[in-house]
Design a protein around this ligand. Sequence first.
Ligand code: ATP
Length: 202
Amino acid sequence: MQFTRLRLSGFKSFVDPTELRIDPGLTGIVGPNGCGKSNVVEALRWVMGENSAKSMRGSGMDDVIFAGTSARPPRNLADVTLTVANEARTAPAAFNDADTLEVSRRIERAAGSAYRINGRDVRAQDVRLLFADAATGAHSPALVSQGRIGVLITAKPAARRAILEEAAGVSGLHTRRKEAEKRLRAAETNLTRVADVIQQLD
Ligand code: ATP
């Protein structure tokens, strides 16, 4: 899955609309301490469905919204859009009719997040599955943050297996299986209820 562009607006220190082109090959971000390098990587994770405020270095998800400086007032909205190449048509069927996918996430203060793919409202789960199927996502082992290597080395076997499954692109299948099991349980409950009603009618 090739990411080609990242657009941020009102996200952390990126108060003004900012566009970053991601060309094939290696991309490096250089700059002085505190200029926002980690914020760019966090924007990538956030648009792919990160739901832990702590791992975004905040106490609540609203902390990703530009909080203001002495010179500029805070914002109420943050928006991140990731453009993904889809010429190979590897996206799930529902979104597989375009050469590029624009995945966006928007958050409004005290109102939560909303996701869109190519302008259509979608669930957070749809976005997570899209990236999980391509062996990437907010928790992709390809995004190696500070301290992650240590965590991997000391991880328990089950946690290490989850990391390997994520890398192998099968974690999306687990999510789908859980959804299917939930639907199956609901159907079984309905069947029991129907059996009770039939018994009462007999
Ligand atoms: P280093 O090289 O030290 O790791 P960095 O380039 O990775 O730094 P970041 O950690 O990405 O820098 O950015 C930190 C900056 O982002 C700080 O100046 C901080 O004030 C600012 N920042 C973080 N969250 C917000 C927010 N919600 N609103 C405004 N600014 C924010």
